[in-house]
Design a protein around this ligand. Structure first.
Ligand SMILES: Cc1cc2nc3c(=O)[nH]c(=O)nc-3n(C[C@H](O)[C@H](O)[C@H](O)COP(=O)(O)OP(=O)(O)OC[C@H]3O[C@@H](n4cnc5c(N)ncnc54)[C@H](O)[C@@H]3O)c2cc1C
Length: 381
């Protein structure tokens, strides 16, 4: 049975699971948000329960009320409470999509249903692969072909949603006679020999994401865990990249929704003075509704393989910018109350900066948009 058929059978019917997910967020995530933000609590139980409730189903199951639009909707709901947890939802669903979109039928049968159900938690270590592919930085990992697989060396400094019983996907160049011979993409089991998780970085936000350094020392990756060999990787990247980037929209949509609610809350007592601020509820609501509508339409195109990469990059950029604008507006509306350690307003500001700096960061998106537009302009019509 295919993974999407399994997902269909195992999880609640498409249309009615969002209300169950909302109830789960209210009961299991909302009371934990301060501990996640301030005590770096990793919401493992919630992530597993979300999987059991069908929250990751859209990563393998396209169609009405499913597919990438469902992934974004779920992330949007989670981000209204906590962007840190919404990011781990992105990690989980991005990893599921990488497996789903590979030609590795074994992993699709054995692992994918367990990632979709939340039984195996999963991450994505593709920031460096993406940035290096776009010429921004050097590759931090490299592989060599050996009998039955590859040996991988190097360090990825920051990969989230990891733990000793987790898995994640990454990709790196294969070296042959000292030169790069295309990329290969692989699934790593965090408990495997020759691989180590190191807890070395601490952040001003997103501390509940279990973001760890990944050390590879002659790590053996069997062919059974390869998602794309060098000769397959150019096509594979074309398949996974649009959904990987577009899926992140859910974080920004939920954050902006939460910021608008904070502004409305403040306006109940301070509208007479808040009205002098640059960003007001009405225009932000209009921008959010438009972004949500565009995100849903584009998600269908991504599922169909017909999305224009420029549309994806531009909407992702606009999403990050809107998140920063809304978080700043919420902070200014809330005033000193928002500056308290337990206030969601200052947390939203830190979360918004993460949306704008996680790969692809604002600067990366602007560079890619400029590069693609210049290349298209150079081609005669
Ligand atoms: C909370 C958090 C979670 C993340 N989760 C993931 C994930 O799940 N998967 C993933 O692939 N990427 C993850 N990243 C990485 C992220 O996507 C970006 O690639 C990263 O933030 C660097 O992007 P940049 O645009 O700032 O890079 P640039 O501006 O190009 O450079 C970043 C700078 O950081 C330096 N740097 C690198 N590592 C370290 C380190 N350990 N300590 C100090 N400085 C360092 C680099 O040398 C460079 O100078 C995460 C980052 C953060 C902050």
């Amino acid at each position: 049975m295919s993974a999407s058929a399994l997902a269909e059978r195992a999880f609640p019917a498409a249309a009615d699971d969002l209300s169950a997910i909302r109830a789960l967020i209210a009961s299991s995530l909302a009371p934990k948000v301060l501990d996640i933000d301030q005590k770096a609590e990793y919401p493992e139980q919630f992530l597993r329960a979300l999987g059991a409730a069908g929250g990751y189903r859209g990563a393998a199951h396209a169609g009405p009320d499913a597919g990438l639009a469902h992934v974004i909707d779920v992330m949007d709901e989670v981000a209204r409470e906590c962007v840190s947890t919404a990011f781990t939802v992105w990690c989980q669903t991005a990893c599921a999509r990488y497996i789903q979109q590979s030609d590795n039928e074994g992993l699709k049968r054995s692992l994918l249903p367990r990632v979709l159900s939340g039984e195996r938690l999963a991450g994505t270590g593709l920031s460096n692969t993406l940035k290096s592919g776009d010429g921004i930085e050097d590759y931090r990992l490299s592989a060599v072909r050996v009998d039955g697989g590859y040996r991988v060396n190097g360090v990825l400094p920051w990969v989230s949603n990891l733990g000793p019983d987790h898995v994640f996907v990454t990709g790196c160049p294969v070296l042959r006679d000292g030169t790069q011979d295309g990329l290969m993409f692989m699934l790593i089991d965090c408990a495997q020999e020759g691989f180590r998780l190191v807890d070395c970085a601490h952040f001003v936000g997103l501390e509940g994401t279990r973001t760890l350094a990944c050390h590879f020392r002659d790590t053996f990756v069997p062919d059974a865990h390869v998602l794309a060999h060098p000769e397959q990787s150019a096509e594979y990247v074309k398949r996974i990249k649009p959904g990987m980037i577009h899926g992140q929209m859910g974080m920004g949509l939920g954050l902006v929704e939460a910021c608008i609610r904070l502004m409305e809350q403040s306006n109940r007592t301070h509208a007479h003075v808040n009205q002098y601020l640059d960003d007001q509820v009405g225009p932000l609501r209009i921008a959010l509704d438009a972004a949500r509508e565009q995100a849903r339409a584009l998600a269908l195109q991504v599922d169909a393989g017909s999305a224009d990469v420029l549309d994806i990059l531009k909407l992702r950029l606009a999403g990050g910018e809107l998140a920063l604008r809304a978080a700043q507006a919420a902070m200014l509306h809330m005033g000193a109350k928002g500056y308290l350690l337990r206030s969601p307003a200052q947390r939203r500001l830190r979360e918004a900066y993460f949306i704008a700096i996680v790969t692809p960061a604002t600067k990366h998106l602007r560079r890619e948009i400029a590069r693609i537009e210049a290349a298209r302009a150079a081609v005669p019509a």
